[in-house]
Design a protein around this ligand. Structure first.
Ligand SMILES: Cc1cc2nc3c(=O)[nH]c(=O)nc-3n(C[C@H](O)[C@H](O)[C@H](O)COP(=O)(O)O)c2cc1C
Length: 387
């Protein structure tokens, strides 16, 4: 067993264990991948203010996200096809999250279904909704999430149409993978993954197959999803969905101050400042760079969360210090899952927690609520003068 000290260690093991098609699926951004790269490099531009001779005993990373207690303000982001990164991936990640005491968000495009995850866990999880043209199907999904006692609906707003990731097209991404000569050659080197996958609960999209008429195989499913995302989604439809759900709502994919204000006006419980991990609009600014402007625009009118580019507890601290009340990790937990299943997700959370706690201490803070802009050194033009 290698010694794992950071998220990059998990990523190296993940790359070795998981078929190339699914590694590439996670490790890509859209088009030139500029936004994907800047999501992480922009975090690196922010520095930390070291403070000394401060009593550091009794530190605590516990906090709340949308009124729910969390061991640290780091949720697992919704990630499609998680059950292809590791057998029963959504079930395993959800259990790791609940044992750690952080929220798990199940994607509409998951392999394990809402019901699979509800049966396998004890605490409520969050459900992420993609809006589809088939409104009956969307209503049924919302009802299934209610029946499963999901405690928040995360409505994703930045994927009405799919950003292009070159590698997915070249690899012929599908779930389960189609057995072309190159896929088979690669699978031959991933025996553990394959054997575990043979015993998996599911290998197809669990929230869709069997819940929509006319879908019997994975290839028709690919065409169905491409056609089904609703390009006409607007604020009026978002409001209707919020009313239909009737519980806590998080609006995900906000990157502009005007949109943030609109989401606050609609009464969302939280917004997620996010560019979908650099997978949608290439050329958009990184989430951490737009966060200060969005905080200025919405103030306390809505809880602000952030994702995209978080690879360490130090990144979490930077987002919190700039005003976010919560953060999400996507790839960081996927690396752990692909590397070591449930234990790997736990490891990823432990790594992030330790980094957050130690950084907090060395910045002279005892709890996450105390973090502020004062803990950071931010380049004078970080927000940029974009016209
Ligand atoms: C492989 C992959 C699949 C994703 N699938 C979804 C999804 O189904 N729904 C969604 O709202 N966001 C999805 N996202 C975006 C994540 O929820 C999150 O915004 C992003 O991963 C954050 O960036 P990070 O990976 O740098 O942490 C996906 C991201 C990745 C990497």
């Amino acid at each position: 067993m290698p010694v794992i000290t950071n998220i990059a260690d998990l990523k190296r093991i993940y790359e070795r264990r998981v078929p190339r098609m699914f590694y590439d699926y996670a490790e890509s951004g859209s088009w030139t991948e500029q936004t994907f790269r800047e999501n992480t490099s922009d975090f690196d531009q922010i520095r930390l203010r070291q403070r000394v001779a401060v009593d550091m005993t009794g530190r605590n990373t516990a906090s709340q996200m949308i009124g729910q207690d969390v061991a640290m303000p780091v949720a697992l982001a919704p990630v499609g096809l998680t059950g292809m990164q590791h057998a029963d991936g959504e079930m395993k990640a959800a259990r790791a999250a609940e044992e750690f005491g952080v929220p798990f968000t199940l994607s509409t495009m998951s392999i394990n279904s809402i019901e699979d995850v509800a049966d396998y866990t004890n605490k409520p999880f969050w459900f992420q909704l993609y809006t589809m043209k088939d409104t009956d199907y969307v209503s049924r999904l919302i009802q299934r999430a209610k029946d499963a006692k999901c405690s928040a609906l995360v409505i994703t707003l930045d994927l009405q149409i799919l950003g292009q990731r070159h590698k997915d097209l070249k690899n012929g991404l599908s779930a389960p993978p189609k057995l072309t000569p190159s896929t088979v050659a690669n699978l031959m080197t991933k025996w553990t993954w394959g054997l575990q996958m043979l015993r998996a609960h599911r290998r197809e999209f669990g929230n869709i197959v069997g819940h929509v008429d006319g879908i019997s195989d994975a290839s028709s499913l690919g065409a169905w999803t491409a056609e089904q995302f609703d390009p006409s989604l607007d604020w009026g439809k978002v409001e209707k969905l919020m009313n239909e759900w009737g519980g806590k709502v998080i609006l995900k994919g906000i990157l502009d101050a005007e949109d943030a204000k609109m989401a606050a006006k609609l009464g969302a419980d939280a917004i997620v400042v996010s560019n979908h991990g650099g997978r949608q609009l290439d050329g958009a600014l990184s989430s951490i760079r737009v966060l200060p402007e969005i905080m200025d625009a919405v103030g306390d009118s809505v809880e602000v969360h952030l994702d995209s580019g978080i690879r360490s507890g130090q990144d979490v601290l930077k987002a919190l210090a700039l005003g976010a009340k919560g953060t999400y990790v996507g790839r960081a937990f996927v690396y752990g899952l692909g590397a070591m299943g449930q234990a790997g997700v736990t490891k990823a959370l432990e790594v992030i927690h330790k980094e957050l706690d130690t950084t907090m201490a060395l910045c002279g803070e005892k709890n996450v609520a105390g973090l502020s802009r004062d803990n950071l050194l931010v380049p004078a033009d970080f927000g940029g003068r974009w016209a």
